[in-house]
Design a binder for this molecule. Structure first.
Ligand code: NAI
Ligand code: 3IO
Length: 352
């Protein structure tokens, strides 16, 4: 991998490789863009099959955070971090060593909980650095608010595709029943949808099936289900040639980051199959919005009102994609880039 060429092409400012011999920590912190403010992005822990895979994930996720902040009208930058480890390798020493790396960035990167990190883990990191948000004690974990944002995004997509944002009676398949997926299923149950659910953790499937009368689906069967909405709330890169060719859903609306394996190829494939794709970093911005409000002084009503902007932003993108013929993903990138340029110009005017 040509490191400077790869990172410069995607616009990354800084990539930090974190090694701590004593605890065995191996982590990558990617700061994509801090022109508008400190880079914000949660930290995930994952047993990547290679260091290149870990770096690739960190680079793409951090770039997504820049676009996520811009599309959500949050005047902050984008970053993300990955800890290369198995969940069972997580120790207090490793988490605290990671916290010291965050602290030494002096606020350039503000992080929190993502996949395979618990609120208790975040507290360990928080012992060594103040640059952590989204803890239970403050605004609470972001996942429940991310789920609200995904529900609102689903409603906007239903409004655009079916003429009404009432989800009652629609068939919805939720892939991934974790922090976000379970909260989303609760909301969807309250909206009287017909739920289909899948997870590689059978206990979670059984729990949700029991709680909400959901139909359990084998993980590999979820893509070909005859449903109205497919909600990816697990891992990224699940929208690829093999899975999209199976799809019968009219709408894709889920929380997972980096859903498109190839942004252009698979964004266009969805458009060609007349599947309405909700760009992931637009529909899943609820968590970022919530922790941003913690940063500026948390007021729940203001935070939730901000999350509701996801509905209108998606409707704007759907219309733009239709009138221009571009994919919804491309329309969201264009919106983000326009807003970053406008915000940068405004900052220059203020500082002039
Ligand atoms: N937690 C948050 O506030 C936010 C989460 N996201 C993204 O949403 C997704 C889910 O996040 P969380 O719920 O926090 O993670 P989580 O780790 O709590 O849940 C993920 C779930 O997906 C399941 N899973 C993994 N591979 C699967 C597969 N092949 N098929 C079905 N299920 C599978 C896991 O067993 C787990 O239950 C991730 O991609 C995350 O990056 C995005 C924005 C904010
Ligand atoms: O939307 C994402 O992928 C996030 O990383 C959101 C998020 C969850 N917890 C955080 C803590 C600090 C910055 C962002 C987040």
């Amino acid at each position: 991998m040509k490191l400077f060429e790869t990172t410069a092409t995607a616009g990354h400012e800084q990539v930090l490789f974190c090694n701590d011999q004593a605890s065995g920590l191996k982590a990558i912190i990617a700061i994509h863009d801090s022109r508008l403010g400190a880079a914000m992005g949660a930290t995930r822990l994952w047993p990547y099959e290679s260091e290149v895979a870990a770096l690739t994930d960190a680079l793409r996720l951090s770039r997504g955070m820049t676009y996520k902040a811009a599309c959500a009208n949050i005047p902050m930058g984008g970053g993300k971090a990955v800890i290369i480890a198995k969940p069972e390798q997580k120790t207090c020493e490793l988490l605290q060593a990671y916290g010291r790396f965050i602290e030494r960035l002096n606020g350039r990167f503000i992080t929190g909980q993502d996949i395979n990190l618990t609120p208790q883990d975040v507290r360990q990191i928080n012992r060594e650095t103040k640059y952590v948000v989204g803890t239970q004690e403050k605004s609470g974990g972001p996942a429940p608010v991310t789920a609200i944002g995904v529900l609102l995004g689903m409603k906007a997509a239903a409004k655009y595709r079916f003429g009404s944002d009432n989800l009652k009676g629609l068939k919805v398949a939720v892939q991934g029943l974790g922090n976000v997926g379970q909260h989303l299923c609760d909301w969807l149950h309250q909206n009287e949808v017909k739920l289909f659910v899948s997870d590689i953790n059978q206990a979670k499937v059984s729990k949700v099936a029991r709680l909400y009368g959901a139909t359990a689906v084998e993980p590999e069967q979820v893509y070909g289900l005859d449903v109205d909405i497919f909600a990816p709330c697990a891992m990224g890169a699940i929208l690829n040639t093999q899975t999209i060719s199976q799809m019968k859903a009219s709408i894709i609306a889920g929380s997972a980051n980096n859903q498109l394996l190839d942004e252009q190829v698979h964004g266009e494939m969805l458009t060609d199959q007349n599947i309405l794709y909700c760009p992931d970093y637009v529909i899943n911005a609820g968590g970022l919005i919530n922790v941003y409000h913690e940063l500026i002084g948390y007021q729940e009503k203001k935070a939730i009102s901000h999350v509701h902007s996801i509905y209108d932003t998606l409707l704007e993108l759907f219309k733009k994609a239709e009138t221009t013929g571009m994919t919804t993903h491309k329309a969201s990138m264009q919106l983000a880039e326009e807003r970053i340029t406008q915000a940068e110009q405004a900052q220059m005017l203020v500082s002039a």
